[in-house]
Design a protein around this ligand. Structure first.
Ligand code: 5GP
Ligand code: MN
Length: 325
């Protein structure tokens, strides 16, 4: 019996369903969670979001995004199951589930997934967790041939996940299935231009200036194979903005001819947060795992608690250098 079918049965048998994702949720986490939320509501299920985080500005166009207020962080009474999306490790869940007596359902696509939860389904072939959610919603009875606003809203969430986790259909994680789901969503009227504009062409002037500052200080190391971008918190203070998502900034590192690895490190409240991206064969997940992080071969991250930006930089570069040799 297929585990995803088992999961769909458990969901159909559940009255109250909590939905959450990884901390600092990205487009795939949010798109997957809101697709499931809206899908379950279409099926008249009592579903709700649990989130320590507020969803970032560029994802607020998705239906239900405003329901993540950052205030509801534990399941409410009588919740039968909590579905956790796009989150590889129990510790990184954007909810406190320690005292939850019901079942945790873990749906993901990270090869590093710990397989926490009573039920887990990790499809490492999926470019985005949204591919798993698409399949699950079909099993639950959502008809993606149905051209109505409810289905289009769900489709908009899923398409957003696909775009954000594939670098707009650019990365090697894209498969026939990725394009096939995108095509099916386009067919029922999901508006790809509207999604792209909301995601990418909606930045504040200050954010563009932050990009400028970060790029101005970018360094090329190790025979110009590694691009290093550092973002101290002071940058945000100077411009009067929250630093927020920086995946658009690290992408510039890989645009440089000859660069194999891009490393972006930002100073956070209690330490440093690093993002790693690679162009071809270099395995950044391996580097991230050595330092307590995780992710995918070509996109990984590390949270370094209590470690200052420069120290974090040295630790990571040391590991990168070993791999480059
Ligand atoms: P990003 O650099 O965009 O934050 O993350 C890239 C990838 O690495 C994502 O798949 C994300 O889930 C994973 N990732 C980011 N930060 C961490 C972390 O601190 N720990 C783990 N285990 N994975 C992370
Ligand atoms: Mn993902």
């Amino acid at each position: 019996m297929n585990i995803l079918q088992d999961i769909s049965k458990v969901i159909l048998d559940s009255k109250k369903i909590g939905i959450t994702y990884h901390v600092s949720p990205d487009g795939d986490a949010v798109g997957s969670a809101l697709a499931l939320l809206n899908g379950l509501r279409t099926l008249k299920k009592d579903a709700y979001l649990i989130s320590k985080d507020i969803i970032s500005e560029n994802l607020q166009f998705l239906k239900g995004a405003n329901e993540a207020t950052g205030n509801l962080i534990t399941p409410v009474d009588n919740t039968s199951i909590v579905v956790v999306l796009d989150c590889g490790n129990y510790e990184r869940i954007s909810a406190d589930l320690d005292n939850f007596k019901g079942s945790i359902v873990n749906l993901d696509h990270h090869i590093t997934n710990d397989k926490y939860g009573e039920l887990n389904y990790v499809d490492i072939e999926a470019a985005a967790t949204a591919e798993v959610v698409f399949e699950l919603l079909e099993l639950l009875g959502i008809d993606f041939n149905d051209e109505n606003d409810d289905i289009r809203d769900i489709g908009t969430c899923l398409y957003t996940s696909l775009v954000t986790d594939t670098g707009a259909f650019r990365h090697s994680n894209v498969t026939f299935r990725t394009h096939n789901i995108a095509a099916r969503l386009k067919k029922i009227g999901v508006n790809n231009t509207y999604i792209h504009q909301n995601l990418f062409d909606n930045k504040s002037f200050e954010k563009i200036r932050l990009i400028g500052k970060a790029l101005n200080d970018m360094e090329l190391l190790f025979d110009r194979k590694v691009a290093l971008i550092k973002i101290p918190m002071a940058y945000g203070d100077e411009l009067g903005i929250e630093i927020g998502d920086t995946s658009d900034i690290i992408a510039f590192g890989l645009q440089i001819k000859g660069v194999e690895v891009a490393l972006l490190i930002k100073e956070i409240e209690n330490g440093s947060k690093a993002s790693l991206r690679s162009k071809d064969k270099f395995d950044v997940r391996n580097i991230a795992e050595k330092l307590g992080g995780g992710g995918h071969v070509k996109a990984a991250g590390i949270t370094l608690k209590g470690i200052k930006l420069d120290e974090a930089k040295n630790k990571i570069l040391e590991e990168i250098e070993k791999e480059l040799l």
